[in-house]
Design a protein around this ligand. Structure first.
Ligand code: GTP
Ligand code: MG
Length: 197
């Protein structure tokens, strides 16, 4: 898909405040600092459409971007950020889960995981929840530029083995680097394939 336009629409503190759900929507989710906002910028060919930061917890609201005037790309706050209070963390979780369960134009959720790490409990629990809740999702490995290619392959295989302990059929997997602008094109192909814009 060629990106002709990408513009920020709105930040929302609750799903009820999100833009009218009248066009298809795709959302990025994952732990704080995993690289959601960076990958959105890389895919949109835009340096700072979505705000990024080396400090976790940068994105705290639901951010909607309108792409090619025909679909929404949504940047969600990260889950599992340790440095906020328990109450705040619960509020974030509620914001995210309510958005996912209620956003009726959501076509697919992209769950981002850092390819450098072993499968983390919080990600596995989230993936489990998506599966059990019948949420269509894909898994996106981020920061592939930080490892040698053979280590990336090994880590992805390990991740698949972990998921196979619970699931026979795995979701689509993508390997990306926002830094090198790699892998995002396949995500855009998937988005194009699931809709006729
Ligand atoms: P929150 O909004 O806090 O949930 O974080 P986020 O998931 O949006 O992460 P963000 O895109 O802000 O990136 C976090 C940090 O990781 C930044 O310092 C980025 O520069 C870095 N980063 C993100 N993607 C990549 C990547 O593909 N490669 C490398 N080397 N660094 C990356
Ligand atoms: Mg962010």
């Amino acid at each position: 898909m060629i990106i002709k336009t990408a513009e920020f629409v709105k930040s929302s503190g609750k799903w009820q405040e999100c833009p009218e759900p009248n066009i298809p929507e795709y959302a990025f989710i994952g732990r704080s600092n995993v690289g959601k906002s960076s990958l959105i910028n890389a895919m949109m060919n835009h340096k700072d459409l979505a705000k990024t930061s080396g400090t976790p917890g940068k994105t705290q609201l639901i951010n909607h971007f309108l792409v090619n005037e025909s679909w929404y790309l949504t940047d969600l706050p990260g889950y599992g950020y340790a440095k906020v209070s328990k109450v705040q963390r619960k509020d974030f979780e509620k914001l995210i889960t309510n958005y996912i369960l209620n956003r009726r134009n959501l076509v697919n959720l992209f769950v981002l995981v850092d390819v450098r790490h072993n499968p983390q409990k919080i990600d596995l629990e989230f993936i489990q929840w998506c599966g059990e809740s019948g949420i269509p999702f894909s898994i996106v490995f981020t920061k592939a530029d930080k490892l040698k290619p053979n280590v990336v392959v090994k880590n992805v295989e390990d991740y698949k083995a972990e998921l196979h302990k619970t699931w026979e059929d795995l979701p689509e997997l993508y390997i990306t680097s926002a830094e090198k602008k790699e892998g995002g094109d396949l995500i855009l192909d998937f988005i194009e394939k699931t809709n006729d814009f």
